[in-house]
Design a protein around this ligand. Structure first.
Ligand code: HDE
Length: 757
């Protein structure tokens, strides 16, 4: 690859731009043939495998990929043209009256290029602006005709293509990935009976119960309108002012202040449909359903200090992680599970299933796995696919229907509406990424950017001139709304059980491990400490008293304030809950299979380190599917103690320690001395230790831990399971122990607040 890149001429045309060699007549040959290996019949993307991404990378099962071929453009070996297909002779110089004369209005090549550029940006999403997406497929485990006639669940093994976009909510399009925030988890199923969008989040509840409050919520969390701060963060007065006055948000706040809001990876978080939906079978019978996506890799999160640091060193942390995993063939996978219950069961629950601030505890209605989703292909083009994809909760297919959740009702309207502005008109469904695989036939016509060329004179129904086509599908094949009985007065208001704002907030907090609870308390402390108006802090803590007095006390202590009296409740005596402990609400409930596949390990290196153990370690990491990176004072070659040359992949400056899941300190006196003299080494070690990650110290490398005052036992006095020491000569057993400890992800037993180093 290096030789190939070196052989490419730097810029063969450059002298011509300066009037040398008769610039007024662009030379034939030099400019019309690509100055790259394509001229020799091969393309750069064929020569350099890493240039092949998205659909050009290894094939996988994906029907949408084929249907998108029609619009894919590959310019390898092609000449440059205008948008009208006119070949362009000179892409360097505008048309002028003389080399030093004025530019001419006639220059349609320049004007077309600039005009297009001037309009390259479209409005970003009002929420969920920052996101990353991938193609993949859903595979049904077993047919479930008793529950639903929806196309993806019709046969065992049936494959339905999907496009999935993950996102943060509050930040703008260019903001950081590791903000404390809810993550969007939006899945577009291209079913053979039309597109179904399951537009969910990584948290199963929401801040508000009624769509009427959504613009207020978003205005409160977005940067404050007078000065445009803060970016991608809820730690400011207007957010806490609003949620403190809206006690229905307390349950969601517990989740948002937990480590769920700082996932380690999109690949390691759950997804939830949030609302209660309906499944409808061929006989027209319906049950209520909640959708859950559970990641095969387990649920894992960052810690706050780490998330903050990552946002500086790599704002694209989650985007990069998803992209690299798919490029490497480590395809992320989730299991789709449903909680199914009847309307009669729902009536009896202590909470209202139409209230999106409530979960249905898994202990009350267990999960039924129904299929799996694999993401196996990166997009070819970020704008065309990830940016232009339009998810809409209104996109349902026969067999899937809505409940009367008032938050969902607003969403059914809002998503289609927002795309009309964002994507410039009502024909956004024709953009290739949004177009269904199922054929589209109706009498809708015209509008901005219409792509379809409809034949014939008939654009109405009923008609006889078009033979009655397209004709109604009828109740058997077509979408039929579930005929739920409705006979009520028109009112503005909420059902009684919606007024219980705290029972499930308590359930969530009480179901967390001590370390998770400590993180929630620290997050409330941090966020509220950023509020400048004391009354905003106090009201929020007063509300927390109703959810957990212990938590409220901890937060109050952390803010240097007395514990206020509890906020008056909307409902003094809520119905007794069925479940008061739900271990499944802890992130630790789904640790994954302990595999360390795709985990990143930094191996510190410098001239004079012991190379043999490093090679053994690299081999062991590779065998386990993990990524070992040699990180030195600088990138490039270094010499081991035995005189071999090895290459450092990264420098301690360009990939700081907190970007890695584990750390290895090598043996070799001379190398360890070089590392000890570099201030970055201490930062690496302190961050890894503070973030409760696994550290392996081989031989002389152990002294680096002592230099940085890393305690060799836990606060409890027991041995620290995340600190592994080994012999530099015979590193095998230590490497095994290191890999096993890495599989635990983190060692929270080590944590103290404030941090000990
Ligand atoms: Fe959204 N939401 N939302 N939301 N939402 C949007 O649609 C809205 C809600 C969610 O990757 C917008 O295309 C209203 C809950 C995701 O493209 C907008 C209400 C949940 C995404 C919109 C909600 C979500 C959005 C902005 C309350 C979890 C990103 C751009 C009534 C179940 C999808 C767009 C993607 C995006 C409206 C509440 C998830 C404005 C009115 C609850 C994952 O239409």
């Amino acid at each position: 690859t290096q030789a190939l890149v070196a052989s490419m001429p730097a810029n063969a045309n450059k002298p011509l731009e300066h009037g040398h060699d008769n610039a007024l007549n662009p030379p034939v040959g030099l400019t019309s043939e690509p100055a790259s290996p394509a001229a020799t019949g091969s393309t750069l993307s064929e020569e350099i495998p890493s240039y092949k991404t998205g659909s050009m990378a290894a094939p996988g099962i994906n029907a949408t990929i084929e249907s998108l071929d029609r619009v894919r453009v590959d310019s390898s070996g092609q000449r440059l043209t205008t948008n009208q297909g006119v070949p362009i002779s000179d892409n360097q110089n505008s048309l002028k009256a003389g080399l030093r004369g004025p530019a001419l209005l006639e220059d349609f090549v320049l004007r077309e290029k600039l005009t297009h550029f001037d309009h390259e940006r479209i409005p970003e999403r009002i929420v969920h602006a920052r996101g990353s997406a991938a193609h993949g497929y859903f595979e049904c485990y077993d047919a479930i005709p008793q529950l639903t006639k929806a196309a993806p669940f019709k046969e065992a093994g049936k494959i339905t293509p999907v496009f999935v976009r993950f996102s943060t909510v509050a930040g703008e399009r260019g903001s950081k990935d590791t903000a404390r925030d809810v993550r969007g988890f939006a899945v577009k199923f291209y079913t053979d009976e039309g597109n179904w969008d399951l537009v969910g989040n990584n948290i199963p509840v929401f801040f508000i119960q009624d769509a009427m409050k959504f613009p207020d919520l978003v205005h409160a969390v977005k940067p404050e309108p007078h000065h445009g701060m803060p970016q991608a963060g809820s730690a400011h007065d207007t957010f806490w002012d609003f949620v403190g006055l809206m006690p229905e948000s307390t349950h969601m706040l517990m989740w948002a202040m937990s480590d769920r809001a700082i996932p380690r990876s999109y690949r390691m978080m759950q997804g939830f449909g949030v609302h209660t939906y309906r499944l409808v079978n061929a006989a027209g019978e319906s049950v209520f359903v909640k959708f859950h996506w559970n990641p095969v890799l387990g649920t894992h999160s960052l810690v706050w200090d780490e998330a903050v640091k990552i946002s500086g060193a790599d704002p694209d942390f989650h985007r990069r992680d998803l992209w690299e995993a798919i490029e490497a063939g480590a395809f992320p996978e989730w299991e789709l599970a449903v909680q199914v219950f009847t309307e009669e069961q729902a009536e009896a629950f202590s909470f209202d299933v139409l209230d999106a601030t409530k979960i249905v505890p898994e202990e009350l209605v267990p999960l039924k796995p129904i299929g799996r989703m694999v993401l196996n292909r990166n997009p070819d083009n970020f704008f065309a696919e990830t940016e232009q994809v339009a998810f809409c909760t209104a996109h349902v297919v026969p067999g899937i229907d809505f409940s009367n959740d008032p938050l969902l009702a607003g969403r059914i309207h809002s998503y289609v509406d927002t795309q009309i502005t964002r994507l410039g008109g009502p024909n956004f469904h024709e953009l290739p990424i949004n177009a269904p695989i199922a054929q589209v036939h109706n009498n809708q016509r015209d509008g901005m950017h219409r792509q379809a060329i409809h034949r014939g004179r008939v654009a109405y129904e009923p008609n006889s001139l078009g033979g009655g086509c397209p004709f109604q599908a009828g109740a058997q094949a077509g979408f039929v709304t579930f005929p739920q009985k409705v006979e009520q007065d028109k009112v503005r208001g909420k059902p009684e059980k919606f007024a219980d704002h705290y029972t499930q907030a308590t359930l969530f907090f009480e179901s967390q491990t001590p370390s998770e609870q400590a993180h929630i308390a620290a997050a409330f402390r941090f966020e509220l400490s950023k509020c400048t108006v004391p009354a905003v802090r106090e009201r929020m803590v007063a509300s927390l008293v109703n959810a957990s007095r212990a938590l409220a006390k901890q937060v109050a202590d952390g803010l240097g304030m007395a514990l206020p009296a509890a906020l008056p409740k909307a409902l003094e005596t809520p119905v007794k809950p069925e479940v008061t402990q739900s271990p499944n609400l802890s992130l630790t409930a789904r640790p994954g299979d302990g595999s360390i596949a795709t985990r990143k390990v930094a191996v510190l290196v410098a001239n004079g380190v012991d190379g043999a153990a490093i090679a053994a370690l690299q081999a062991a990491l590779l065998a386990a599917g993990a990524v070992g990176r040699l990180v030195g004072p600088r990138i490039g070659a270094f010499t081991t103690a035995s005189g071999e040359t090895m290459q450092a992949d990264a420098s301690m400056e360009n990939e700081p320690g907190f970007l890695f899941d584990g750390l290895v300190l090598p043996d070799g006196d001379a190398g360890v001395a070089v590392l000890a003299a570099d201030g970055h080494t201490g930062e690496f070690i302190k961050d890894q230790y503070r973030h409760c990650k696994t550290i392996l110290a081989l031989g002389a490398g152990g002294s680096l831990l002592a230099d940085n005052k890393v305690p060799d036992t836990l606060p409890s006095g027991e041995a620290d399971p995340g600190l592994v020491f080994g012999d530099g000569e015979d590193a095998g057993p230590a490497i095994d122990a290191f890999l096993a400890a890495l599989g635990k992800h983190r060692h929270p037993e080590r944590e103290t607040d404030p941090p000990s180093i």
